[in-house]
Design a protein around this ligand. Sequence first.
Ligand code: SF4
Length: 249
Amino acid sequence: MNSREEIEHYKQKIKEIAGRENIIPGIHNYCDRWCERCAFVSRCTVGISESETESPDLDMKNKEFWEHLSLVFQATYEMIAEEAQETGIDLNTETTEYVQPVQRKSAAGKLAEKYGFRLLPWLKANHDLFVQKIESLLPANEQQIVSFEDAIEVIRWYSLFIAVKIHRATLPALGFDNDEIDLYDKNGSAKIALIGVSRSLEAFALLYNQLPEQEDEILGFLADLSRIQKLLKKAFPQALDFKRPGFDD
Ligand code: SF4
């Protein structure tokens, strides 16, 4: 297949997936993008696309990977442009106006960013300690090993995710014409950020018991997470009532 045929192939595939009976519309907007651990892969257009699209190894240096990704993005962009045109919006219209978006970071956003950028080097620096810990739990405590490894994975997964979602929740305006839609999106983004915070808190609580030699650092991360949680709940008091499509139905 040449590039054009591949783009058309992806467009057809995306349309076919979106038209399936059991799809939950919009489920991917307020999830944590952890598809490997998601119970809704078969009902999510993103999850299905990723599992059913033939994709070369996710090697960032792999030329084939980037070419493939570029085709998928192009197919997706063309579909959005076609839909926009049907509703009277021409995405190719030239504009001379450019309004610089104003983004002032919220206190929760700044703290979440600081937390994520402190956490990643800590995880890297303590890799050997984690391996030693797992070895010390062998062979009898299989369940404990699983919990320990899961806790590390959870913390790593949400390390920067929380800041990204807070950033989205605190954007000054998302360009929607309707304030209600805007608020809906902010609450949804704040809710998934809060979910990431609580899961990270729980995971750190487990590590606190397992890694006494890292007590001070872990307490520091727990304190950051608790503060982010408080700030977010204060800024988005309705976030926890938000019903995430699929997950909270
Ligand atoms: S809803 Fe589940 S399958 Fe879909 S993008 Fe999110 S984590 Fe992945």
